[in-house]
Design a protein around this ligand. Structure first.
Ligand SMILES: *[C@@H]1O[C@H](CO)[C@@H](O)[C@H](O)[C@H]1NC(C)=O
Ligand SMILES: *[C@@H]1O[C@H](CO)[C@@H](O)[C@H](O)[C@H]1NC(C)=O
Ligand SMILES: *[C@@H]1O[C@H](CO)[C@@H](O)[C@H](O)[C@H]1NC(C)=O
Ligand SMILES: *[C@@H]1O[C@H](CO)[C@@H](O)[C@H](O)[C@H]1NC(C)=O
Ligand SMILES: *[C@@H]1O[C@H](CO)[C@@H](O)[C@H](O)[C@H]1NC(C)=O
Ligand SMILES: *[C@@H]1O[C@H](CO)[C@@H](O)[C@H](O)[C@H]1NC(C)=O
Ligand SMILES: *[C@@H]1O[C@H](CO)[C@@H](O)[C@H](O)[C@H]1NC(C)=O
Ligand SMILES: *[C@@H]1O[C@H](CO)[C@@H](O)[C@H](O)[C@H]1NC(C)=O
Ligand SMILES: *[C@@H]1O[C@H](CO)[C@@H](O)[C@H](O)[C@H]1NC(C)=O
Ligand SMILES: *[C@@H]1O[C@H](CO)[C@@H](O)[C@H](O)[C@H]1NC(C)=O
Ligand SMILES: *[C@@H]1O[C@H](CO)[C@@H](O)[C@H](O)[C@H]1NC(C)=O
Ligand SMILES: CC(=O)N[C@H]1CO[C@H](CO)[C@@H](O)[C@@H]1O
Length: 460
């Protein structure tokens, strides 16, 4: 069976399950864990299409951004590794850069879509195609982009993982491939053809067809996930050192080397991050920037650099790398991290089947003074108004503004239709979840049903 038909079959099953259960408000969402046979992968590989799009849209601080993610390492351990120490001296260390939650997958998802939708595990995720990503923002100026995923068996592969075929060790995993988890990318053949592997990176480098945005994920050995920081550090230096002396690669390029999350869940989720590349001025090499950043800064920084609109999610008010902020007159905000942990998810869409997908804030203005992408406004405007009038939003269920305080959070209690005001920790079913939320999830059965139907319609 072709992958698309497998996905469709899974969606059909979900619809049946919903229909059978339609008398009750409980809706089970079905998630596939598709892993095509090796023979199917080989046959798909033989005619996968690959794009080699490039472009040269001038940015305020850089013309190209290359984002590289390593895995699961506490800040001090990474900062002390000798190859990473060497790399740090070639660039700017960001010593106040944070992961958003645990485990891995929600962090990757958030870094391109502006939310992690309350995900708290690493399961197979395919977010409905009405959710936009950074790719939609790039399209407004035809800024080229690609992902480079090591050992992705072929361009556009959508399976759950791809093991080393000799020893069946973990190699490529979907949970570290942010854009393929959004159907707005995966169900668009043009976009899918930008989801490539390292063989294609070498080719694009040699052919001078690197895109202006790339997201690079080494395999499970090289990113430290199944190994340790010594391997991940050595891989990073082996990969980056030659690039740092490659004139074509370096030209006005910003490299961001970061980690998805801290390893120890009980401590603050700060991760070691370095900015490198030709866009870093000489006088700032071997320095430290202590501005608060997090994975949402991976959206807000390119957005400010190219003066793009926003997604209306957490990208809107994320701090922008100082390199960009300084030349765009953006003032970053101070973030008090005294009580910040970023080590648990909140009660929301992917954690509780009864909670609707939050609409982005279609009225938000981002750090570079732009509104929300028109297509997002068109797609979500009505839903945003509906959720606003039902007091759906909390400080965590959506994007936007710090002005929505936890105390003002409104929750529809259980199946009753009366609005009840509740405090942040009194989410109606918070005790059924192992994680205490940092803000209450608003539970609105009617909204969640209509939005789920919309989501399934999109699948089919
Ligand atoms: C390869 O491409 C052909 C022609 O587009 C198509 O009919 C066939 O299904 C494709 N094979 C696979 C394995 O996707
Ligand atoms: C991109 O454009 C800038 C400004 O015109 C130019 O300096 C630079 O060489 C171009 N880079 C590439 C890779 O074409
Ligand atoms: C970086 O700074 C440290 C101490 O501030 C110094 O010992 C080291 O030589 C510097 N490295 C480079 C490459 O400039
Ligand atoms: C990388 O992708 C290309 C294009 O789909 C494919 O031909 C190649 O076999 C892949 N390389 C690896 C190492 O999997
Ligand atoms: C990961 O990639 C490296 C080469 O970059 C390779 O030596 C290693 O075997 C790969 N890991 C697995 C599990 O295949
Ligand atoms: C598919 O992707 C292309 C390139 O990003 C874009 O121009 C087009 O609008 C997308 N199509 C849909 C239906 O989203
Ligand atoms: C987050 O950290 C706090 C403080 O160390 C700890 O009590 C809590 O259990 C952690 N949460 C998770 C989900 O690990
Ligand atoms: C930004 O501007 C401040 C104040 O002028 C300066 O201290 C800092 O080094 C600049 N940072 C960057 C990355 O240009
Ligand atoms: C930033 O502010 C300076 C001084 O007010 C001004 O000259 C410059 O044009 C501004 N730059 C941008 C990108 O707005
Ligand atoms: C949406 O953004 C606007 C403008 O920043 C703000 O006033 C409003 O409170 C935000 N809405 C929500 C639900 O946070
Ligand atoms: C809360 O959990 C109870 C028991 O599982 C269930 O009956 C009820 O529908 C749930 N309420 C909400 C709002 O999820
Ligand atoms: C904020 C922060 O750095 N959190 C922790 C990450 O892990 C190291 C342990 O290696 C701790 O020292 C940090 O406090």
């Amino acid at each position: 069976m072709k992958l698309n038909s497998i996905v469709a079959a899974a969606a059909t099953t979900a619809v049946t399950a919903w229909a059978a259960d339609s008398s009750s408000s409980r809706v089970e969402r079905t998630y596939s864990t598709i892993s095509p046979m090796a023979s199917e992968i080989a046959s798909a590989a033989s005619n996968a299409t690959t794009n080699h799009f490039t472009s040269n849209v001038t940015g305020a601080a850089f013309d190209r951004i290359v984002i590289v993610w390593l895995e699961n390492t506490d800040y001090d351990k990474a900062a002390g590794q000798e190859d990473l120490k060497w790399l740090a001296q070639q660039g700017i260390v960001l010593d106040n850069y944070w992961g958003l939650t645990h485990p891995s997958e929600p962090n990757y998802i958030a870094s391109v879509g502006g939310d992690y939708f309350a995900l708290d595990d690493d399961r197979f995720i395919a977010l409905p195609s009405n959710i936009s990503t950074i790719v939609d923002l790039f399209d407004t100026k035809e800024i080229s982009w690609s992902e480079y995923q090591e050992h992705l068996p072929h361009t556009g592969f959508q399976g759950f993982n791809y093991s080393n075929q000799d020893n069946f060790a973990n190699d490529y995993v979907r949970k570290h491939n942010p854009l393929v988890m959004y159907d707005s990318v995966a169900q668009n053949e043009t976009r899918l053809a930008n989801i490539k592997n390292f063989t294609m990176f070498e080719q694009d480098l040699n052919d001078r067809t690197l895109p202006q945005y790339s997201f690079i994920t080494p395999n499970m050995t090289n990113d430290g996930h199944d190994t340790n920081i010594r391997i991940a550090g050595k891989w990073s230096r082996d990969f980056l050192e030659p690039l740092l002396s490659n004139e074509y690669f370096m030209e006005n390029t910003l490299v961001v080397l970061t980690f998805d999350e801290n390893e120890t869940y009980s401590i603050k989720n700060k991760v070691f991050t370095i900015l490198l590349g030709g866009a870093v001025p000489d006088e700032l090499k071997n320095t430290t920037d202590s501005t608060y950043y997090d994975h949402y800064s991976l959206i807000s920084s390119p957005v400010a650099n190219w003066d793009l609109p926003s997604l209306g999610r957490h990208d809107v008010d994320a701090n922008v790398f100082e390199l960009v902020a300084n030349v765009t007159n953006i003032t970053n905000k101070d973030v008090d991290t005294t009580y910040k942990l970023n080590n648990a998810t909140y009660v929301g869409y992917l954690l509780d089947d009864q909670i609707a997908l939050p609409a982005p804030n279609v009225t938000a203005i981002n750090r570079n003074g732009r509104g929300v992408l028109q297509q997002v406004v068109d797609q979500w405007g009505d839903e945003y108004s509906a959720q606003m009038s039902a007091s759906y939003f909390t400080s965590t269920t959506t994007t936007v503004s710090a002005s929505v305080g936890d105390a003002a959070t409104m929750t529809l209690a259980g199946n009753s239709s009366t609005l009840a005001t509740s405090s942040a920790t009194q989410g109606s079913n918070s005790t059924t979840h192992p994680f205490t939320s940092t803000g209450a999830g608003a539970v609105i059965n009617a909204l969640s049903l209509s939005s789920l139907i919309g989501m399934l319609a999109v699948f089919i």
